[in-house]
Design a protein around this ligand. Structure first.
Ligand code: SAM
Length: 320
């Protein structure tokens, strides 16, 4: 069985990039009345307690969401238990933030009304917050404990089970079988967003992600496909965006590619930092036409807030 558990990583800088991008896509796609189906192929357990043993042990959210929001919690007069430093709280102004970042930050603050950051929404609940009564979600997760936790959180949030369906299934294999999504109106319109967020614990995940997206695109060419990947020194990780670009070119699909690198503190030892991952990327096929501009506005601010040292950078490229 896999050893990856997202509870150790929830709210880190990769989640910030991933979830801000996901939310920006969903906001755009839910502007039309027609229903939207969201497929989350690697859902995790849905909600994470940042004061849990897992989260405290890794401390990854300290360099992610907790850092993003620490000035807000400082301004509440009771500094977050997660804070490492004590910055000046006076310049925390969500209304001055770029729209995509402000939207994400507001959502986190709604979930954490108290004096500290306690709960972090994983992709299922982040997406759910953007959905309307007519929209639906299908969530795949393979790990038995995470599936159990996800189902528990879904039962609490959606007791009738009308909105969110949990499947303990392999997300790569299952996604193409579920596409195209069911029609959502009398005219037979079908609209869907797919989030694919593998753990990449197995190096075959890179090829499986590409293959699942290529097969799904053939079955449902108009879907919005959102893929997260780590930027690490591994040929499969370097090759993935290149192969996705080829796929998009061959199938004449527009795309957006966004990366965030938080850099490295001069003297940081990986074991002291909680994570050795300093950069990750998002590849979006059939993106909302506003996405590239929104991310170009938001990522410089995110980079400034989360930078840990040398190498911090962001990039957004797009075509189509
Ligand atoms: N998407 C979640 C979020 O943003 O909150 C985090 C997902 S985490 C990065 C990856 C998840 O995929 C883990 O919970 C892991 O157990 C699960 N997983 C691993 N291989 C899988 C597979 N083939 N199909 C479905 N889930 C899988």
């Amino acid at each position: 069985m896999f050893s990856y558990r997202h509870a150790f990583h929830a709210g880190n800088h990769a989640d910030v990039l991933k979830h801000m991008t996901l939310l920006a896509c969903l906001r755009h796609l839910t502007q039309k009345d027609a229903a939207l189906h969201v497929f989350d192929t690697h859902a995790g357990s849905g909600l994470y307690k940042l004061d849990s043993e897992h989260a405290r042990k890794s401390g990854e959210s300290l360099d992610g969401v907790s850092k993003l929001l620490e000035k807000h919690f400082l301004a509440q007069n009771q500094p977050s238990v997660h804070m490492k430093s004590a910055p000046d709280a006076t310049d925390f102004d969500v209304s001055a933030m770029p729209a995509a970042l402000a939207d994400y930050v507001n959502l986190l603050l709604q979930l954490n009304p108290g004096s500290r950051m306690r709960v972090y929404p994983g992709s299922p609940f982040l997406a759910r917050s953007a959905l309307r009564p007519q929209d639906r979600m299908t969530l795949c997760e393979l790990h038995p404990s995470d599936t159990r936790n996800l189902q528990k959180h879904v039962n609490e949030a959606d007791p009738a089970g009308a909105k969110m369906q949990v499947l303990q299934k392999d997300g790569f294999d299952t996604l193409p079988k579920l596409l195209p999504p069911p029609p959502t109106d009398a005219r037979g319109s079908r609209r869907a967003l797919v989030l694919m967020d593998p753990s990449y614990e197995l190096k075959t995940d890179y090829a499986r992600a590409l293959e699942a997206i290529a097969t799904s695109l053939k079955k449902f060419p108009t879907g919005c496909y959102v893929l997260w990947y780590p930027i690490i020194a591994r040929p499969e990780a370097h090759g993935l965006p290149r192969k996705l670009k080829t796929l998009c070119t061959q199938s004449a699909k527009p795309w957006v590619h966004a990366t965030l690198n938080v850099g490295r503190a001069e003297k940081a030892q990986p074991q002291e930092r909680g994570t050795s991952l300093s950069a990750s990327g998002m590849w979006v096929i059939n993106p909302p036409h506003t996405l590239a501009a929104s991310l170009r506005e938001a990522l410089p601010v995110v980079q400034t807030l989360l930078a840990q040292g040398r190498g911090a950078a962001w990039e957004v490229s797009a075509a189509g």
